[in-house]
Write a protein that binds this ligand. Structure first.
Ligand SMILES: Cc1ncc(C[n+]2csc(CCOP(=O)(O)OP(=O)(O)O)c2C)c(N)n1
Ligand SMILES: [Mg+2]
Length: 358
């Protein structure tokens, strides 16, 4: 096997894989593993995610959503990584993963359900091969290792890709997952969305490690620091990591270096703990701006196409929202999606709940 690109970047030295620079030019020594058509399709998906994000924020302010977790700025990290998977692979997300759900082909009207307060949104949807979002920080990394271990034992050539934040790497669950994955060489791709903040805790207080990627070395596998706002770099890293896992060569940790442009959630005011100038510095690094410049330079995209695509996205999102608002709220759903067979303690609570509800 030729030396992988992701193994040519030393996380201990802070070397970062980047293909597409902030001016929208391919400036590095590696070429994208995506065709023009695929890049264009993924740009459209990323734009749809951004439109959805703005709509959901507005709806929360209108009292039509219980909460909302903004994703602006992190689209390339999700969409690029997920584009590297096969449809039979599993995706195991954190809560800031609306773009991942959209990229995985989930119905738009289902994506926002959990943030509307409808427990149906927490059901496992096997047709997308994606777990429901995990709100307990870092817990999903263990689920991903379990899923990938099962696939390995069954000799299925599949991988599980899990997403988590920089804050998630301080949880015990993350370290247990990484350790198990290294020892049992599970086909797991760990994607850390390092968006520089865990609510109000900055990355500098999260870990004394120079990079998050280097943590993989301690568990006996490779880690790579990737420009998370570069769709091509994320896709290339995820593709190599997934194929490596598929061929029995074990897990990889990808640190997607990105930025949370918005608030932590709609219950948070980031002006209390971070400087407006820091946010401004990340605006030119916006993953959508960069990819759009690239596509325009190659004459694959124009302002006119942008406008009409934006209108299409608006219409799709409007339709999805009204479908979501018509979705029946099933009050039993809170009991339904955690176990294949309801355990006795939950059965008891469920019966009590039914009695009270009557
Ligand atoms: C186990 C656990 N502890 C605390 C919380 C409260 N909490 C929700 S999000 C969050 C910060 C997560 O930061 P990070 O992992 O960087 O993800 P990001 O929010 O930046 O996407 C915390 C502490 C939680 N949901 N679960
Ligand atoms: Mg974070």
């Amino acid at each position: 096997m030729p030396r992988l690109v992701i193994e040519q970047y030393d996380p201990l030295k802070g070397q970062m894989l980047q293909l597409l620079d902030e001016k929208g030019s391919l400036s590095g020594k590696h070429q994208p593993m995506l065709s023009d058509e695929e890049a264009l399709r993924l740009y459209k998906v990323m734009r749809l995610c951004r439109v959805m994000d703005q709509k959901a924020l507005a709806m929360q302010r209108q009292g039509r959503m219980v909460t909302y977790v903004p994703t602006a700025g992190q689209e390339a990290a999700s969409v690029g990584a997920i584009a590297a998977l096969r449809k039979e692979d599993w995706v195991v997300p954190a809560f800031r993963e609306t773009p991942g759900q959209i990229a995985r082909g989930m119905k738009l009207s289902e994506v926002l359900l959990w943030q509307r307060g409808n427990e149906q949104g927490f059901s496992v949807m096997p047709s997308y091969r994606m777990m429901p979002v995990a709100v307990p920080v870092g817990s999903q990394t263990l689920h991903a290792v379990g899923i990938s271990w099962a696939m390995k034992l069954r000799k299925e050539p599949l991988v599980a890709m899990t997403f988590f934040g920089d804050g998630g790497t301080s949880e015990g669950d993350f370290h247990e997952a990484m350790n198990f994955a290294g020892v049992f060489q599970t086909p797991t791709v760990f994607v850390c969305q390092n968006n520089q903040w865990a609510i109000s805790v900055p990355r500098s207080l999260q870990s004394a490690s120079k990079t998050i990627a280097q943590k993989a070395l301690a568990y006996g596998f490779s880690g790579v620091l990737v420009d998370g706002n570069d769709l091509f770099a994320m896709h290339l890293a995820a593709k190599e990591a997934a194929e490596k896992a598929r061929s029995g060569l074990g897990p990889t940790l990808i640190e997607a270096f990105t930025y949370r442009l918005g608030a932590h959630t709609t219950a948070d005011d980031p002006r209390k703990y971070r400087k407006e100038d820091d946010v401004k510095a990340w605006i030119p690094r916006d993953p959508l701006v960069r990819l759009k410049l690239y596509l325009e330079k190659r004459r694959l995209w124009s302002e006119e196409q942008e406008r009409s695509h934006h209108e299409e996205c608006d219409a799709k999102v409007e339709e999805a929202v009204s479908e979501m608002e018509r979705t029946v709220y099933e009050e039993d759903a809170i009991f339904m999606h955690h176990f294949a067979e309801m355990p006795p303690h939950l059965q008891e609570q469920y019966e009590e709940f039914r009695r009270e509800a009557r």
